[in-house]
Design a protein around this ligand. Structure first.
Ligand SMILES: [Zn+2]
Length: 66
């Protein structure tokens, strides 16, 4: 079995430093956070359909109970 649980040859995708097993595939929690933020930004920026759908279903003035 060749399970690269440590993968010492994989550099951090953020800064290029040797990644630590603890923060794989990043070298530190900071880099992981950076990637997470970047990922979230991309996710929120790419699909504008969900936002539209949410907007269409959000402002629904169907409060005709008055
Ligand atoms: Zn890094």
């Amino acid at each position: 079995m060749t399970s690269p649980s440590l993968a010492p040859g994989k550099p951090c995708p953020i800064c290029g430093k040797p990644a630590l097993e603890r923060f794989r595939p990043f070298c530190s929690r900071r880099c992981a956070d950076v990637d997470l933020n970047r990922w979230l930004s991309g996710v929120y920026a790419v699909p504008g359909v969900e936002a539209e759908d949410d907007e269409a279903a959000g402002p629904k003035p169907d409060d005709g109970q008055d």
